[in-house]
Design a protein around this ligand. Structure first.
Ligand code: PBG
Length: 337
């Protein structure tokens, strides 16, 4: 009965989905370990890994454990790591002065990783939030009602030069101050670091998806309790055109790689920026995206392995050339099987 009724169809798209081999031939997007950049959190001292409650499977690591983790990632074919320091509260102040310490935790971490694994690409965030008591990415004005854009940029340039001297391959300004890419490029070049690249967090939105990260580095204050939140510098989630303007501006100022962040809820922005520029494009699947998937998986409501794969495939399909994701290690292990 079911087989006797035939439509007269010239085009039957299902012919190309008949079995795994045909599907493989027509597959348009493929994830590989080299697509991923692993964000890692580092702490001072010799303590055991410190699990981050809102990011199951992610811990802050001391420098020795960090190097071990980097080695494991490199072995799995992950080409790059992005390092984030968690400072003790007593090292923080209003101006984030610890960001310019010659022996800052992040600089020691970079040196240790580059010494052990010279081929692994190491990136560091350029922004003041791990260092300021208020958790903002920049210095505040005297009245504390705004970030002091230009004075912040001057500090970020110094910070970028320190990181370049420690050996990072990319500095990644995540602060969203106006003019920082051009100033950092000029500062790096003047200091002789013409080969240090810039990955610009160019289209970075004022997103609620950063919550778990702020727990991880202890910058949560600026998220809500402080009189000023990050909406005077990070993009309005409502704005598509403005996100492209920011990306093109960073390109013009000398960024080597552009970024859209967060990723999953901003796939349209990834596509839009992809089409607006020829530059390599990164996307950041942020802490809240990770936490969401982990939480649903823990409740038994979603299949962890399948959803993380699909979420990353979607980001690549939207146009990202590389993806920062807390799933980097598991994904690389799975893809290498
Ligand atoms: C800080 C920074 C943030 C993230 C990366 N760098 C948070 C923020 O802007 O408050 C978020 C990453 C994540 O949520 O995984 N400049």
């Amino acid at each position: 009965m079911a087989d006797s009724f035939k439509l007269d169809l010239a085009v039957r798209p299902r012919r190309l989905r008949r079995n795994a081999s045909v599907r493989a031939l027509v597959e348009e997007t493929v994830l590989r370990p080299a697509d991923f950049i692993a964000p890692l959190f580092v702490v001072d001292g010799k303590g055991a890994p410190e699990p981050i409650g809102s990011m199951p499977g992610v811990s802050r690591l001391n420098i020795v454990d960090l190097v071990k983790e980097c080695r494991a990632l490199a072995k799995l074919g992950v080409p790059a790591v992005a390092l984030f320091p968690k400072l003790d509260a007593n090292y923080k102040d209003d101006s984030g002065s610890a960001a310019l310490h010659e022996d800052a935790l992040i600089l020691r971490a970079v040196r240790a990783v580059k010494k052990a694994l010279p081929e692994l690409v190491v990136m560091t965030d350029i922004a003041l939030d791990p260092y300021t008591t208020h958790g903002h990415d920049g210095l505040l004005t005297a009245e504390g009602k705004d970030v002091a854009n230009d004075a912040t940029v001057a500090v970020l340039v110094k910070m970028a030069v320190l990181h370049a001297r420690a050996g990072v391959d990319f500095v990644a300004p995540s602060d969203m101050m106006d003019g920082r890419i051009g100033a950092i490029r000029a500062g790096l070049d003047a200091a002789g670091f013409t080969n240090t690249a810039i990955m610009a967090y160019s289209s970075k939105f004022a997103s609620a998806y950063y919550g778990p990260f702020r727990d991880a580095v202890g910058s949560a204050k600026a998220a809500g309790t402080h009189a000023l939140d990050k909406r005077t510098y990070q993009l309005n989630p409502a704005n598509r055109r403005e996100a492209v303007v920011e990306a093109l501006l960073d390109e013009a100022e000398g960024a080597d790689v552009l970024m859209v962040k967060p990723a999953g809820a901003y796939l349209d922005i990834i596509r839009e920026v992809r089409e607006a520029t020829k530059k390599p494009l990164a996307a950041y699947q942020v802490s809240g995206e990770y936490a969401q998937i982990q939480a649903a998986a823990q409740l038994g409501w979603l299949d962890l392995a399948r959803v993380r794969h699909e979420s990353l495939l979607a980001i690549k399909r939207a146009g990202a050339d590389m993806i920062l994701t807390y799933f980097a290690k598991e994904m690389a292990a799975e893809l290498g099987k």
